[in-house]
Design a protein around this ligand. Structure first.
Ligand code: ZN
Length: 253
């Protein structure tokens, strides 16, 4: 399996993490080949085999994984019990925990997968940030939950933005561009004649700056999944029917 890792997170021996690609799994077209989502129409037995590859690589039992039924919301869930979360994922768009050996997963096919780690208190989180989630501040709300529920030190929180669609490939309608602009994120727009393009990561970085997170704690892998569609699934580049890549992070047992 080909995957991407964060330089910041790789410095910490207490956590394991990956951003997966579409390469090296069992699924057939149009989910070829490392699709991790059950809800997209792929064969469940292939998806489970793909999950097992990742679980083996990171050293966890597949059943321990907590993923989400993502709904483009601003709902942040604290994971404190994990009996059947693999079979029945909770409906939300961010997860936070201090439990070791409890991998958290966010799935994407254009939206930004965000991983969080606070090394002093050993708190981890994941968030799914598309346009709606980013505008409804899913990333600041995840950080607020890490701080309020687990006393994470805000200035120590590391935030990693994984492969996602960038303004080279993410064209939006004019009314959405207006909404983005009126929300205070004009810098996230790229205008080309009559056409409007959006960079979600610019919105997230602007929110992190407002929260006064140190710049050195923020890492953007700076990969456009749609430009690199042979390596990553893309909802837009694959004409909607496609698989999902994932960001996963776990406090080691
Ligand atoms: Zn692109």
């Amino acid at each position: 399996m080909i995957f991407k890792t964060s330089t910041l997170l790789s410095h910490h021996k207490t956590v394991a993490h990956r951003f997966t690609s579409r390469i090296g799994g069992y699924s057939q077209e149009p989910y070829y080949s490392n699709n991790l989502a059950f809800h997209v129409g792929d064969k469940a037995e292939d998806v489970i085999k793909n999950h097992d590859i990742l679980a083996n690589q990171l050293g966890y039992e597949r059943q321990k994984l907590v993923h989400m039924r993502q709904v483009h919301s601003d709902l942040v869930l604290v994971v404190d019990a994990h009996s059947d979360n693999f079979k029945n994922p909770p409906e939300c768009d961010a997860l936070v925990t201090d439990l070791p050996n409890t991998p958290l997963m966010v799935m994407v096919a254009d939206c930004t997968p965000v991983l969080f780690f606070e090394p002093q208190s050993k708190i981890i989180a994941v968030a799914h940030a598309g346009r709606k989630g980013a505008l409804s501040e899913i990333v600041p709300k995840t950080i607020e939950t890490m701080v309020s529920r687990f006393h994470a030190k805000k200035e120590s929180i590391q935030v990693i933005l994984g492969p996602s669609i960038h303004s080279c490939c993410y064209e939006i309608d004019e009314d959405i561009a207006l909404e983005v602009s009126e929300s205070g994120y004009r810098d996230a727009l790229r205008i080309e004649g009559e056409r409007h393009f959006l960079n979600i990561n610019t919105i997230i970085r602007q929110q992190l700056k407002k929260l006064e997170l140190p710049q050195k704690n923020i890492e953007d892998l700076n990969i456009c999944n749609a430009c690199h569609n042979k390596t990553f699934f893309s909802y837009r580049a694959d004409a909607k029917t496609t698989g999902r890549c994932a960001g996963v992070i776990m406090i080691k047992p």
